[in-house]
Write a protein that binds this ligand. Sequence first.
Ligand code: PEP
Ligand code: MN
Length: 371
Amino acid sequence: MKPITTRNTLKMENKKEMRQWLDDFGLNHPLVIGGPCSAETEEQVLKIAHELKDTDVTVYRAGIWKPRTRPGMFEGVGAIGLGWLKKVKEETGLLTATEVANKDHVKLALENDIDILWIGARSTVSPFIMQEIADALEGTDKIVLVKNPVNPDLALWLGGVERLYSSNIKKLGLIHRGFSTYEKTKYRNIPEWQIAIEVKNRFPDLPMICDPSHISGRRDLIFDVSQAALDLNFDGLMIESHWDPDNAWSDAAQQVTPTRLVEIMKDLKVRKETTNEENYQNELNNLRAQIDVMDQTLLDTLGKRMQVSGQIGKLKKENNVAVLQNKRWNEILGRMILEGQERKLSEEFILRVFKAIHQESINQQEKILNS
Ligand code: PEP
Ligand code: MN
């Protein structure tokens, strides 16, 4: 392994070459990567692939080595499945993609001419593994996609891409598959769209693909998550598809049949990035002006609220009372959730906003108490 300490953080801005591979596909719609979570049998792999050829699917995915959270679950068929993917390419013309998680996987995938290799969320999280994979891939002209790490850590995600970039791999992209949380939400992995948006803003040339299957964890959410991604101008989607989803050997709840995948692709709306149409521009400017005023008001109100918090902090200090008053805080939260509902604001949103406000309030009071 190369000594990481001697590397400089890369400047990847304006690296149009990173997305050249996607432009070269010449698609008039977002890229779609479809296929089963896991390759199970040769028959299963080929059957699904044949159902997905001649659709908007360009790339066929199938996990050969499966990173399982708990031992004893299906860990993938291993190298034998690479031959099945080769057959997929020969018989259907689809490009092929699989996950690699160490240097042996990389060697085998390259030997078997897999077109796209992706790094899974449990690998991106480990700089050691990422470096091992980057070293094994050095100079490859294959396309390499990096899934976000399981935890919402932007630096770790970009660090993965930087390691690949400095291993002279120039056909790169990101896959947004959501982030794991301890809290139970309707998602298997919460999207935290703002993180993906931040990456897109910083590296507009790095293709960003959404994986609605692993964000959702259940098939009935896949359409909405896919549409949300397209509304945010994502470059593509990776959707798990199995001919018999309920009996899939992994991720059964989130897979859709090829028929359903085709339906999803047909119903998704691809938005124009923008338009110069005059009415649209006028209306948009008008609405944006309103938003700007409201954001200003929000900021002013927050500022004033924190000043009052500060006064409370002073009062608590004079009376030697603890900063955190749990009972009062729970009352506020309960009330805000109810009032939020009346304004069509989700509980999840209210919790996030008020937890953040409360935290800032505590920080400000702590400062006063300890000054
Ligand atoms: C997968 O794509 O099947 C997979 C294991 O994904 P992730 O790394 O996002 O969990
Ligand atoms: Mn899966």
